[in-house]
Design a protein around this ligand. Structure first.
Ligand code: MN3
Length: 204
């Protein structure tokens, strides 16, 4: 059985950038529904129900065909949100700013600095039509910005996401309505670069 992980911080921890009500609905309703639907899709399949969700969505071919689309969407939703909560943190506890260490060096080398990286990532977020995610991927230590529709994950293509950004309307509509650009701008203040850096170091 898959289980909904607790948020690693209080629902209001990301205020004023991401509001408490959005976090409650996003975690307790949306993420919880992905977990429930994933369990329902695999009911009776003890082997797949006991896999880490990241391993499951890396290996969708092992899922019975009748359940595969449900597992793709809901397993992706479970994995993506589990990552999303981890790569954010309250500005009071170090959220925002810029990365350091090896990740900073890689961003500078790949994108020519943090600001050009930010611009490119923001453009990907604005350009993602409809629901989806923007990703920073470590492809054998090489950084790539990409985006996916729906709840698809780079893991489904064998790529390792180190930062994920939810641009579904449910992630921002209560506070920002149609203004996705304002949500993206706010989100930079709550990124947990220490965690993203750990994931970059671990992916190499
Ligand atoms: Mn979401």
């Amino acid at each position: 059985m898959f289980t909904l992980p607790d948020l690693p911080y209080d629902y209001a921890a990301l205020e004023p950038y991401i509001d408490e009500r959005t976090m409650r609905i996003h975690h307790d309703k949306h993420h919880a529904a992905y977990v429930k639907n994933l369990n329902d899709a695999l009911v009776g399949n003890g082997k797949l129900l006991s896999m880490p969700v990241e391993e499951l969505i890396k290996n969708l071919a092992v899922v019975p065909e009748a359940a595969r689309t449900k597992v793709r969407n809901n397993g992706g939703g479970h994995a993506n949100h589990s990552l999303f909560w981890q790569v954010m943190i309250s500005p009071k506890n170090g959220g925002g700013g810029q990365p350091g260490g090896a990740l900073k060096k890689a961003i500078d080398a790949t994108f020519g600095g943090f600001v050009p990286f930010q611009e490119k990532f923001t453009a990907a977020g604005m350009g993602r039509f409809g629901s989806g995610w923007v990703w920073l991927i470590s492809d054998g230590g090489k950084l790539v910005i990409t985006d996916t529709p729906n709840q698809d994950s780079p893991l489904m293509d064998g790529k390792m996401p180190i930062l994920g950004f939810d641009v579904w309307e449910h992630a921002y509509y209560l506070k920002y309505q149609n203004m996705r650009a304002d949500y993206i701008k706010a989100w930079w203040n709550v990124i947990n670069w220490a965690e993203v850096g750990r994931r970059f170091d671990g992916a190499k």
